[in-house]
Write a protein that binds this ligand. Sequence first.
Ligand code: BJW
Length: 229
Amino acid sequence: MRIVVLTGAGISAESGLGTFRDEGGLWAQHRLEDVATPEAFARNPALVHQFYNARRQQAAEAQPNAAHKALARLETALGDSLLLVTQNVDDLHEQAGSQNVLHMHGRLSGALCHACGHRWTAPLEMRPDDTCPSCRETATRPDVVWFGEYPHGLDFIEEALSSADLFASIGTSGQVYPAAGFVMQAGRYGADTVQLNLEPSDTSNAFNETRLGKASEIVPLWVDEILKH
Ligand code: BJW
């Protein structure tokens, strides 16, 4: 069985990392236009670095929960028949043991030079006057995908969706495209589709099945069911 799993901020919520759109979430504390667009970074790089430095610090202290671990178990059983795509910029899937994770919105642990495109491991704290280790320009930014930028791996994901038997979406509100459209793509290609989320999302109607609850509880049960078949 070929499975594509998409995860979002909800899977890391029980590891102590804030989601974006829940009550008290990151977008209640910061305007996304101030911290998650290329224009915001051009206007005020210090503020954007401050936002990501704080999240990098939090992510470094977080531990994977039972949902991350269950998906690592699924990978061990299915190997290449599983594609795990995450919108999350934390490394909790890797910490749980997943080896093949596609971070479509980038990673907090990465740094990117806006001038030459060079990528390297980000220090815990990035600053506007840091220089690129390759071209020496002071144009270094977190290697994350902001609004208006092109997410990573879309062709690869589309290819996987076209041959998937099952598409599962875990802990995402379905408000950000193109990820929110994957369920429609998978359905058009004939895959069964299941959503595992705390509450119904914006795209719930597009799924064949919705399971509501905390990721740490419902994901391990779902993985057990898949592995029994
Ligand atoms: C739990 C739980 C628990 C809580 N257990 N569950 C119309 C059509 C197509 C595109 C657009 C459009 N209009 C605008 C666009 C473009 C735009 C977009 O989608 N805007 C929307 C606001 C409408 N998209 C883009 O700009 C993207 N690029 C792009 O489109 O390029 C051109 C292109 C066009 C066509 C095809 C291909 C390409 C880029 C989007 C980049 C998003 N970047 C961010 C920041 C990244 C770095 C960072 O982390 O800071 O990514 S924004 C933010 O949202 C972050 C997340 O990855 C993303 C998704 O959020 P997520 O994960 O869903 O979190 P929440 O908080 O929204 O939801 C959490 C869910 O968990 C909730 O449902 C809870 O109930 C649940 N939950 N606790 C289980 N314990």
